[in-house]
Design a protein around this ligand. Sequence first.
Ligand SMILES: [Zn+2]
Length: 395
Amino acid sequence: MSSPAARPDAIRRHNLALILGHVHRDGDLTRAELTARLGVSRSTVGALVGELTGLGLVEESVPSGGARVGRPSHVVGPRSSGPFVVAVDVDISHVTTAAIGLGGTVLVRRTTQTAGGPASPERLAGIVAGAVVQLASAGRTMTGVGVSVPGTVDKRTGTVGVAPNLGWRDAPFGALLTASLGPDVPVAVGNDADLSLLAELSRGNARGCEDVVYVIGRIGVGAGIMANGTPVRGQDGRAGEIGHNVVDAGGPQCHCGKNGCLETIIGDAALLRLAGRTGEPSEEAVAAVFEDARAGDAAALGAVRCVAGWLGQAIGNLVNTLNPERVILGGSLSGVLEIARADIEHALERYGFDPGHPVELTVPRFRQDSALLGAAELAFLELLEDPYAVLPAGR
Ligand SMILES: [Zn+2]
């Protein structure tokens, strides 16, 4: 039911959310900058900033330093002691949990090793719930939990469809977390590549892009895709599983049951195998290969260059399918790009439909934290859309 008074209120709440979004993405902005961005009057911006201040979401300050002539201009920024979300990045061998404030400020973080192989959904839900309870006891307002998982996610239910490296299938992970945390804590679950892309779109190296792909390569490999300005997820979150495109039918066995999937050839385990390393894949082991490759170790450099060639071919297939303006290479693939860009570009020229057609290859701004910060973005979505939907008035 609508009344004559509803419309101005809806516009005000919309503008309130717009200002919060600008401050969240860009940090400190002057009232004049906000006025220009929203295209409303100064007094309207003043009233909205006052309202956001009253809600405990933003604060105004006078920047220190920089001798300027005239009256110092106040800047509006996220309130340093304002609400936060808990972000969770689930990887195969470890889980990172962090309290993250508006503006993407990481307040506290901790990493828990999941010793003894990948954790079951129930065990992982217990680890995450324990961390959330601990982080939420800091006395500030915790508005939600966002979780990144290396698997396909049905975003409507938070159910993980397939996560081959975790050994999960149809795991009701979102529901398990809600059962542990209670119905008052909003929980959102997303795919690691999709959330990495979300972080880079919000304030990283995909800002302003309409057609962009984020390829994440850790133990598993997957892609977060935006086409024509719209995230591509498929009917139930299974789009972008490029790690399971078979590129060598006679290749190594994959956790998904097939042979020669892309991730068996460019994932962390493959890089370590090619470099002649033994032991379980880990960030440290991969970092050691990169360090040795940079120092000129022939086996390590050969492994990185071999992965780079296959990666370039995979990017060529993506470019032929999606025509992105930019491809962001995250996880261990950042190191591969930095060490062997020429090999990637050579393969891209060889396998791309139109050699030389521009596509920018870059590393993520947030490096290994893209998925974690993307999980925070997911948890912040509701607050950013309408602060009053999350916070009671007059806090
Ligand atoms: Zn596979």
